[in-house]
Write a protein that binds this ligand. Structure first.
Ligand code: PLP
Length: 388
């Protein structure tokens, strides 16, 4: 058996989406910017349908959705797009994705102040700190709505309220939240939001930026050319990708409660199996306010890189966020919630998705348990040999 348990890094593509992307590539190759013929009109029509579907899943109006190549681009479009805004101060939490951290550091390089808001040991933003820091005029607050490593969901209502009260624009990175938790950006009073297709069973290379009418006017594009996406994101649209993204959103909107139930059941099953078999095991992140499917596991005495490496051909697991795992660097998120280096090294992430089955989870649990026990007993043997 081979079990993919890295659904926070990326998800398999829904077969219905594969079919739609394939059909569009084969039959609907027009450029939506070609306004003088039927091929272009049809491509534009497909893009508009997808825009409605994408808007639907986040409770937005289609006119406020801009297509990009993924969440990283959407995030950069917002943060760097504010480089000429009047208030030269941005804030973000200490557990953001690198796209937010590095884009904000780039603003810092050109004269902005960057404020990093601490989180609790469960990964919740300190609302007290937020309230205080926003008293200093701040152009933008960027918050990861659901964390990609530890799964914690933030108190978005309170964060939005604090921003409104202090006249700060709010950007939510909802990449890990979309399709897992009902979301209404309009009701939440968010100014910007970023998300991506490949985290929700859609194709890679396509994502969306949500911006309200007023907020969009403040953005200076970071990419210039043909003026697509109302001039905010020039470049020919990835129509097959957009069609797939739209369908992935539509499917999730229709099937979310059923998927959530399935993914929660598998998450609980795996958590219970591991807890029963591995003494001292603990789970990072908020135990209540969290997304389904994510488990950030710590097994004392087990080096997570060793565990992941031993299982790599059979089970996909990861030690830090997907983009960091190549560098084997310690996780800035685990560091921000106060874990020691040792504890970080004993932590790893499991990401369960809608296409995992109960049989897969049972099998993966056995493998993780036996491999962890072997690593611990190898260590004990080495230690006792040293004593002799
Ligand atoms: N934000 C979060 C929370 C993520 O998990 C990711 C992907 O790892 C990104 C942003 C970047 O998304 P993309 O791969 O679409 O650029």
């Amino acid at each position: 058996m081979k079990v993919y348990l890295d659904n926070q890094a990326t998800t398999p593509v829904d077969p219905r989406v594969v079919e739609a992307v394939h059909r569009t590539m084969k039959e609907e190759f027009g450029n939506p910017a070609s306004t003088l013929h039927a091929w272009g009109w049809r491509a534009e029509e497909l893009t508009n349908i997808a825009r409605e579907q994408v808007a639907g899943i986040v409770g937005a109006s289609p006119k406020n959705i801009y297509f990009t190549c993924g969440a990283t681009e959407s995030i950069n479009t917002v943060i760097l797009g504010l480089r000429e805004a009047p208030i030269k101060r941005v804030a973000h939490s200490s557990i953001e994705h690198k796209a937010v951290t590095y884009a904000s550091k780039e603003l810092e390089r050109v004269g902005f102040t960057r404020e990093v808001i601490p989180v609790s040991s469960l990964g919740n933003i300190s609302l007290e700190y937020l309230e205080t820091t926003l008293k200093t005029p701040t152009q933008l607050l960027s918050v990861i709505a659901a964390n990609n490593e530890i799964g914690t969901i933030q108190d978005l209502q309170s964060i939005s309220k604090a921003c409104k009260k202090n006249g700060t624009l709010l950007h939510l990175d909802v990449t890990q939240m979309v399709g897992k938790v009902p979301l209404n950006l309009r009701e939440l009073g968010v100014d910007f939001a970023s998300f991506s297709s490949h985290k929700i069973y859609g194709p890679k290379g396509v994502g969306a930026l949500f911006a309200t009418d007023d907020a969009a006017k403040l953005l200076r594009p970071i990419q210039f050319g043909g003026g697509q996406e109302s001039g905010l994101r020039s470049g020919t649209l990835n129509v097959p990708g957009i069609v797939g993204f739209g369908l992935a959103c539509k499917i999730l909107q229709e099937e979310m409660s059923e998927i959530d139930e399935h993914v929660w059941a598998l998450t609980k099953l795996l958590k219970n199996r591991l807890t029963d078999a591995l003494p001292g095991i603990s789970f990072n992140g908020d135990p209540e306010k969290r997304i389904p499917g994510n488990l950030n596991v710590r097994i004392p005495g087990v080096d997570s890189n060793r565990l992941i490496g031993s299982l790599a051909l059979d089970i996909a697991l990861t030690a830090a966020s997907a983009c960091l795992s190549k560098t084997a660097a310690a996780s800035s998120v685990l560091e921000a919630i106060g874990l020691s280096e040792q504890t970080q090294r004993e932590s790893f992430r499991i990401g369960i998705g809608r296409f995992n089955t109960r049989a897969e989870i049972e099998w993966a649990a056995d493998k993780i348990i036996t491999t962890s026990k072997k690593i611990t007993s190898d260590k004990l043997t080495i230690a006792s040999n040293h004593l002799i």
